[in-house]
Write a protein that binds this ligand. Structure first.
Ligand code: PLP
Length: 374
């Protein structure tokens, strides 16, 4: 069977290999069979291995849901009675964390920071001093809306110095940017199968310290379905998810993990950087400007400012590219007028070169001047 290959430059789901797509086509199976548990157990260990954890100290807990389920779960499950959350808010995804805390009516401190700069760590330290009842510090590693990369190692160091856990949303960096739980001072991170490992949507995971999860058994239970200890405990006792797992997505994730380890951490990160270099080269050639300085970018997302040309029409350019197999994505910045080009997925620099040809045609076709003007 031939499947048309699309180049997704949106921030996930990402382009997948055919072998990952086909891994979903399996005989029907009841996920309560031993055979299925035999897939999830090594998968949990592999997910810990990706961030250089060790299986005694760390564990991966799988959930059926999109990536946001892990934001919800970590925030609501890991805060003890009498403690407050602290969120560094400098983008759309850390704003989502604040929204989750508000939805639960949980106590939190919000440290607002500019969305286009690294956060001020002295402000974080002040906030920690002023709020000695902080239970955990939460930060988005890679703010996918803007492409900003937050310094998790330094943030984690501060969190630990003030006796807090460190939770980071690594949904759009995990299995792409190398992460080391110990060295990076991370107690909990999270991701989703459709991003870094280049699998399918519907499977997400929290990876972190067993000792803290065990402790959280006595923390307030704020959700029936989205509770970290409940799912962890069920996995430890039975090897299964508490409720029905996304069966086909799990098969695809198994294949995706196999391909991850075959490619290797360093080679994969080098490939993502090669893709971003090709993205940046095309921008420079066409005169496109970005919303963020390159030195604060993750290397995985470029937020491109809309050309200030009366003929510019994002939807028309999008449709032209889409019809030719390339998907570009609107921005997620407060002030409108950006679109995003992302270096995720099973693609390489030649795909980006092909994209820029089509994008340039789209500009000319719609009457936008090249090089573009601001
Ligand atoms: C994609 C993403 C998520 C999860 O989004 P879903 O739409 O729920 O999959 C969470 N955090 C970050 C930083 C992301 O990039």
């Amino acid at each position: 069977m031939q499947i048309k290959r699309n180049i997704l430059l949106n921030p996930g789901p990402s382009t997948t290999t055919d072998s990952v797509k086909f891994a979903q086509v399996v005989s029907d199976i009841c996920p309560r069979e031993k055979e299925f548990q035999g897939i999830m157990d090594p998968m949990r260990k592999d997910l810990v291995r990706i961030v250089h954890g060790n299986d005694e100290e760390h564990t991966a807990v799988l959930f059926c849901g999109s990536g946001t389920i892990c934001i919800d779960i970590t925030l609501n499950s890991l805060l003890d009675e009498g403690k407050k959350a602290l969120v560094i808010n400098n983008g759309a995804y850390s704003q989502r964390a604040v929204d989750v805390l508000r939805a639960y009516g949980m106590p939190y401190t919000e440290l607002k920071q500019p969305i286009d700069k690294r956060p001020d760590l002295s402000a974080l330290e002040e906030t920690l001093k002023e709020n000695p009842d902080t239970g955990y510090v939460y930060v988005t590693h890679h703010e996918t809306g803007s492409g900003l990369l937050n310094p998790i190692r330094e943030i984690g160091e501060l969190a630990h110095r003030y006796g807090c856990f460190m939770i980071t949303d690594t949904t759009s960096s995990y299995a792409m940017i190398p992460i080391d739980l110990e060295k990076d001072n991370v107690d909990f991170c999270m991701a989703s199968a459709q991003k870094g490992i280049m699998g399918m949507t519907g499977l997400s995971y929290v990876i972190g310290k067993r000792s803290i999860i065990e402790k959280s058994k006595d923390f307030p239970v704020r959700s029936y379905y989205c509770n970290l200890y409940m799912q962890y405990d069920f996995f430890e006792r039975t090897g299964e998810m508490h409720f029905t797992p996304p069966v086909q997505t799990v098969y695809a994730a198994r294949q995706a993990l196999k391909e991850y380890f075959e490619e290797g951490e360093e080679a994969k990160w080098a490939r993502h950087q090669r893709i971003m270099k090709a993205i940046h080269e095309g921008e420079d050639r066409l005169g496109l400007k970005e919303a963020l300085d390159r030195e604060v970018q993750s290397g995985l997302v470029s937020a491109v400012r809309y050309p200030e040309d009366p003929a510019w029409d994002f939807d028309k350019v999008h449709d032209y590219c889409y019809e030719r197999g390339y998907t570009i994505y609107p921005g997620k910045l407060e002030k409108k007028g950006t679109f995003r080009l992302c270096a995720l997925g099973a693609i390489d620099e030649d795909d980006i070169k092909g994209f820029w040809k089509v994008f340039e045609e789209a500009l000319k076709e719609t009457g936008v001047q090249v090089p573009v003007k601001y």
